[in-house]
Structure formats: structure tokens, C-alpha cells
Design a binder for this molecule. Structure first.
Ligand code: FE2
Length: 291
């Protein structure tokens, strides 16, 4: 028997939050929601035309035990990390960073005439991978395939697959799908998902109605968590509908969370704090190649 269309389980309007050194953003979900979004931990939407809202940025800070996924829609974020990576994440680019055992990095939005807009998603690592070697993927917009359907929907594939096209981010432990979907006015969209996986959507622009939910349309800035089932089905409003669609395999493991470090036990958090003080936090650095 085919799986039922997923309906909306809960809606999250996004809470104004001050983060980093003073960045005004909207937090869709975070540690208050554990384990609802398992294996996802946090979704922040940053977006402002006022540089005072974002220029303070996220100066040097540690991460351990998670992956951070930054997707920039407008503007630029300069970054640097203890693996030796540095550069700029521009509009349309994705940075998929696995902190593993530990990374210290900075993420600094740059002044932009076109405003600053984007997302950061935190993806949990399974217990066995939390102390793994850190890894980093930087993908520019043109490296992300865009699939067009015959009804005019365009889907940018970061991870997972759509229409037989795989995204460039592969080999992630929780088997994520991460799509940026643009449905034209009145258009319909359907995506099969793995039963048992967690699935959510965040509306970027416009509005749409997710099937199985007869209530109000989902509007810009809103995140919806889907209940159990199979496919996700959506009908766009007359404005059209652009949204992120994200899914992943839940870990069902204990979560011990302190700021940018997410482990399984309180003792692991204490040793991370100790190592930050003694300078033993970073386990892996890219070897420096001398000229
Ligand atoms: Fe960070």
C-alpha cells in the first residue's frame, strides 16, 4: 500500500534572536525542539538590508560533533578555519562543514548593497562520527545542479536527489536531502521521501499549501515539520512558492548540547570545555605544506 501524503505536524514562525557577536536573525528551531527534528538540530535564517544587523558576524568560535550547512541567498560571508580554509561564500553558494572532533572558525557577513540573506542548518553526527576528522565542502552556485520540470518548477539540489539528479554533497551519515524549490504560481510539486525520515520545509518567498493540511498556507519565514508518511505534496499560491525542503534519517541518540558543541553525554561536554581551556581542542589540522 502506498504511503500517505505527509501532513504538517507543527509550524514554527521563527523567533527573533541575537547570535554571534550581535547578528539579528530568526531562529526556526534549536535546542528547545530536541528531539522533534532529529537528526537536525538548528535552523537560522539571517536576512537584512541593514548592515548593522549582520556586520558583527560570528567571530572565531569552536564546533564539535555536528555539521554546519551555510546557504547564502544574497550577499557574502567571509570565513576562515583551523583546517586552513578561507574564502568567501557568495550568493548561491553552499558551505557544508563537518566539525567532527573540532574546528575553530569564523563566519563574517560582508557589507552588501543587495542585503544579506541566507541559512545555517546544523546536522547532527552519529555518536560514532562525533570525534571524526573534520571535513569541509565549499560549493559555488554553478556546482549545484538545477532541475526544471515540464510544469515550470525549478529545483536546486544540494544533497539527495530530484528528478534522477544527485546533489554534489554525498556520504553524509544521516543521508540528507536538501533542496531549494521554486514552484510557479498555482503549480504543484511532489517529492517522495523515505518513510521514517524527518522532513521539514522552510518558506523563503511566496506561499503554498502542503497537502494533508487543510489549514492556512505556509508563508515566508515559516518552517513546517511534517508528520509521518511518504511523499510531500505542495500547491503554490498565486504568488508562487520558493522553499527549502530538507529530510534526513533520525539518529535516536542522546543529545548533550552546549552552545556550538553537541555531543551525547555531559562528560563529553565537560572534556570539550576543558580542552578549549588547555588548548587541546583541535585534534586535526591540515598539514602545512612548505614551499
Ligand atoms: Fe560556526
Amino acid at each position: 500500500m502506498p504511503e500517505a501524503i505527509r501532513s504538517i505536524q507543527r509550524r514554527f514562525p521563527g523567533v527573533p534572536t541575537l547570535e554571534g557577536a550581535g547578528v539579528r536573525l530568526r531562529r526556526s528551531f534549536s535546542n528547545q525542539e530536541v528531539p522533534l527534528f532529529d537528526p537536525f538540530l538548528l535552523l537560522d535564517r539571517f536576512g537584512s538590508s541593514n548592515p548593522a544587523d549582520y556586520l558583527a558576524g560570528f567571530p572565531w568560535h569552536p564546533h564539535r560533533g555536528i555539521e554546519t550547512v551555510t546557504y547564502v541567498l544574497a550577499g557574502e560571508v567571509a570565513h576562515g578555519d583551523t583546517l586552513g580554509n578561507s574564502g568567501v561564500i557568495g550568493a548561491g553558494d553552499v558551505q557544508w562543514m563537518n566539525s567532527g572532533s573540532g574546528i575553530i572558525h569564523q563566519e563574517m557577513p560582508q557589507r552588501s548593497e543587495h542585503g544579506m540573506s541566507g541559512f545555517q542548518l546544523w546536522v547532527n553526527l552519529p555518536a560514532r562520527e562525533k570525534m571524526s576528522v573534520p571535513a569541509y565542502r565549499g560549493l559555488t552556485g554553478p556546482e549545484l545542479p538545477e532541475v526544471s520540470t515540464d510544469t515550470g518548477t525549478r529545483v536546486k539540489v544540494v544533497a539527495g536527489a530530484f528528478g534522477g539528479v544527485d546533489g554534489p554533497v554525498r556520504g553524509i551519515p544521516v543521508d540528507p536531502t536538501y533542496l531549494d524549490v521554486r514552484v510557479p504560481p498555482g503549480g504543484e510539486f511532489e517529492l517522495p521521501t523515505h518513510p521514517g525520515y524527518t522532513v521539514f520545509s522552510h518558506t523563503i518567498e511566496g506561499a503554498g499549501i502542503f497537502s494533508g493540511d487543510d489549514a492556512a498556507p505556509t508563508v515566508a519565514g515559516e518552517t513546517v515539520l511534517f508528520g509521518p508518511g511518504g511523499p510531500v505534496r505542495q500547491r503554490a499560491s498565486e504568488q508562487g512558492h520558493r522553499f527549502l525542503l530538507v529530510s534526513g534519517r533520525p539518529l535516536h541518540e542522546p543529545v548533550a548540547w552546549y552552545g556550538p558543541i553537541v555531543m551525547n553525554t555531559a562528560e563529553q561536554l565537560r572534556s570539550a570545555a576543558r580542552e578549549l581551556q588547555t588548548g587541546d581542542f583541535i585534534k586535526h589540522r591540515r598539514p602545512i605544506v612548505e614551499a
